[in-house]
Design a protein around this ligand. Structure first.
Ligand code: AHM
Ligand code: MG
Length: 338
């Protein structure tokens, strides 16, 4: 095939602004800075043991999870990169107890940035794909200052969302509400090159992703759905299913955006008061925005994830997302059980 003209992230953003007119310069700067920070994180990830970045940081985050060195490094990289540009009012991170307001020495912008700086922490030391997930909101209202309340907006209000997966390739996946685009990092030139546009998730799939070791703790509708998949050709679904579970949401969602599938991290009865494991604002919302923009669905079993109004920053949620017909089916099983 003859070489085609390469489109960079900058060119993509400029063209999106020209065509759709909704990437103001502050948002473009924000996305370029996040993408640059992801490059810095990718360098640390790639160094691994040689960079002394593996292992535990011997600290705990607000959710009581032991932080890895790379969780802490990635969080710092994202904060430092985003503080000075004048595009943000504040940031919130899975790894920080409370919001980080842009210091007074810098101008305050109109956007709010949320991130899971390093998703898939259990995979860091074993050299399996990990990633960064981010979500962008607008600060609504004209009040001075910024507080946690400003962040408590439903996912449908996101101005942009995306993730970067640090795998065999480093890939940035982005939506600004006009479809999903994928950029691959060209390590020789250091630039993000558009490698897939208008990404679409097939409506049907034969692949599911769930941590099967929790099977005995699931609610009946999730068990019913998985039991039927496992029954294969001879069962009610009349087809064989395949299972994948990377244990890095970024990698599992990336596979689904690439070839379809369903991903579930459901509520389970071990901790009945906890809605799920994954975080609504740092993981579920940005992934749900991407998945919907690619023609898929994302629910908590009962409700569209993007319609959930958060009540606190670190809120957790049950997640089912991916190929439309499968997510619809498992959601209907929940509704039937209700
Ligand atoms: P993390 O943000 O602390 O890395 O946790 C989130 C991760 C997801 O990426 C992944 O889907 C899930 O936790 C894996 O959980 P489990 O270890 O139960 O399989
Ligand atoms: Mg995570």
């Amino acid at each position: 095939m003859p070489p085609t003209k390469r489109v960079s992230l900058t060119q993509y953003l400029v063209e999106q602004q020209r065509e759709h007119g909704h990437i103001p310069s502050q948002l473009r700067l924000l996305l370029e800075i996040v993408a640059r920070a992801c490059k810095t994180i990718a360098i640390s990830v790639n160094k691994g043991a040689l960079g002394e970045v593996l292992g535990s940081a011997d600290t705990e985050n607000v959710q009581g999870e032991v932080q890895k060195k790379l969780d802490v490094i990635s969080n710092e990289v994202l904060i430092e990169a985003n503080e000075w540009g004048g595009h943000l009012a504040a940031m919130a991170s899975e790894e920080m107890d409370s919001i980080h307001v842009v210091p007074h020495r810098y101008p305050q912008g109109e956007y709010l940035l949320l991130f899971d700086p390093l998703d898939g922490s259990s995979n860091i030391d074993v050299n399996v794909s990990i990633g960064t997930i981010f979500s962008v909101l607008r600060k609504v209202g004209h009040h001075r200052g910024v507080s946690e309340e400003d962040f408590l907006q439903p996912g449908r209000a996101q101005a942009a969302a995306g993730y970067c997966v640090y795998g065999p390739q480093t890939t940035l996946v982005l939506t600004v509400g006009t479809g999903v685009a994928m950029f691959t990092l060209d390590r020789e030139t250091g630039s993000w090159v558009l490698t897939a546009n208008e990404v679409t998730i097939p409506a049907d799939t034969k692949e599911f992703a769930i941590n099967m070791s929790n099977l005995r703790h699931w609610a009946a509708p999730v068990r019913r759905y998985i039991d039927e998949c496992l029954a294969g050709k001879e069962g009610p679904r009349g087809k064989d299913f395949n299972m994948r579970w990377v244990a890095s949401m970024v990698a599992d969602v990336h596979r689904i955006l690439t070839r379809g599938g369903i991903f579930m991290y459901p509520w389970d009865q071990r901790e009945p008061d906890k809605p799920g494991k994954l975080r609504l604002m740092y993981e579920a919302n940005p992934m749900a925005f991407l998945v919907e923009q690619a023609g898929g669905l994302a629910t908590n079993g009962r409700q569209r994830i993007l319609d959930i109004v958060p009540t606190k920053l670190h809120e957790r949620v049950s997640v089912m997302l991916g190929s439309k017909n499968e997510v619809q089916r498992v959601t209907e099983y929940h509704q039937a059980a209700d």
